[in-house]
Design a protein. Structure first.
Length: 366
């Protein structure tokens, strides 16, 4: 079905913006509501979910190489339960791709292209992603390799330009209310870290399979460091007002003014967001398309690219009626859904698979 191959580095380039792109904009304010001045500690606790998820995905892949979760669930829990769980996973990914698309469009329309119909923003992004997905995993891997430096560079420039305005006193008191506030603040970013389970759709196509686990773990670490730096940046500039901002990083970027000439750097944040959202939506879209084709036992996934694209757009409109509901979903529903579908259920699958393998070996020896 998929003849292409990617390197472990390309997988890392695909997964890094898949997590970071949406997390750096809205998550700092959500984390600040629980953790307050300790919001920079929350990504450390949240990253534990990422490390666990990568470990689970890699171990499942080792047990069932060259297969994705949609294929091996039937072998682990039986054909009919496997089909049902596969359908639930696909529904989860297609719906969440729609919600990511909606969040992307709401940000662009709300912050920049105020008079542009939101449908135009959404359709143009889905169309672009559809062409990448139809090209296959190699095209997606090379696109990520090309765009990730473009994604990282503006963030680095932003940090350097903001250094003169940082107030380092805002970090105190450290753990003033104990360790529980940052742990509570880690639940929401934990939902984002659970998205690392998407590597289960990429591992079968790695050219350098032995580096799969290392690459996944290093990407989790890179995402954790990025979120810590972004949370500290926001905290040093906005202080206790961080929790009241919808997009703290956007507010922070507006502080930059160098010699009354170098201003309006928020456009760089928009560029980062568009590039990151493009890679993220493409990865989710690819997983949804490949998984659907495998669930339907098709010989090629390309015929379902456009139907899944239409479903993604439909879900982006139907799932949530307004921007308020989108942010409420990001806070209340998605983190728990994400951890359940992408960490807890795969962990149960891994336990069942290991037990079945041991019982099978025991039966053979006896």
């Amino acid at each position: 079905m998929e003849k292409g191959k990617i390197s472990s580095l390309q997988m890392a380039f695909m997964m890094y913006p898949t997590i970071v792109a949406t997390a750096i904009l809205g998550v700092p304010s959500i984390t600040a509501k629980y953790a307050k001045s300790d919001l920079w500690l929350s990504p450390i606790f949240a990253a534990l979910i990422g490390f666990l998820t990568v470990y689970i995905a890699y171990k499942l892949h080792k047990l069932y190489p060259k297969q994705t979760v949609i294929q091996f669930t039937e072998k682990i829990i039986g054909r009919i339960p496997g089909k049902i769980l596969g359908f639930l996973l696909l529904f989860f990914y297609i719906e969440n791709t729609g919600l990511i698309l909606r969040s992307y469009a709401e940000f662009v329309v709300g912050s920049f292209l105020v008079r542009t119909p939101i449908s135009v923003i959404m359709l143009s992004m889905v169309l672009l992603c559809a062409f990448i997905v139809r090209g296959g995993i190699e095209v997606l891997g090379r696109a990520a390799e090309l765009f990730v430096p473009v994604f990282i560079f503006p963030i680095c420039i932003l940090i350097i330009l903001l250094i003169p305005d940082l107030d380092f006193k805002n970090i105190f008191p450290v753990l003033g209310d104990g360790i529980m506030p940052p742990i509570k603040g880690a639940i929401v970013p934990g939902g984002w870290f659970s998205e690392f389970f998407l590597i289960i759709f990429l591992l079968p196509f790695l050219a350098d399979m032995k580096k799969g686990m290392k690459s996944g773990m290093m990407t989790v670490f890179a995402v954790m460091i990025t979120l810590i730096v972004v949370n500290l940046l926001v905290l040093f500039l906005l202080g206790s007002t961080t929790a009241s901002k919808n997009y703290p990083l956007m507010n922070v970027s507006r502080y930059i003014s160098s010699a009354d000439f170098f201003e309006h750097v928020e456009s760089a944040v928009m560029a980062v967001w568009i590039v990151g959202a493009f890679v993220k939506i493409s990865v989710f879209y690819y997983a949804s398309v490949l998984g659907t084709a495998q669930w339907l036992n098709l010989s090629d996934y390309r015929p379902v690219v456009w139907p899944i694209g239409i479903l993604i757009v439909i879900f982006s409109f139907w799932s949530l009626p307004s921007n308020i509901d989108v942010s409420r979903n990001d806070t209340n529903a998605f983190p728990l859904q994400g951890i359940l579908m992408q960490t807890i259920i795969p962990l149960l699958l891994l336990v069942i698979a290991i037990v079945r393998k041991r019982n099978h070996k025991g039966t053979e020896t006896s």
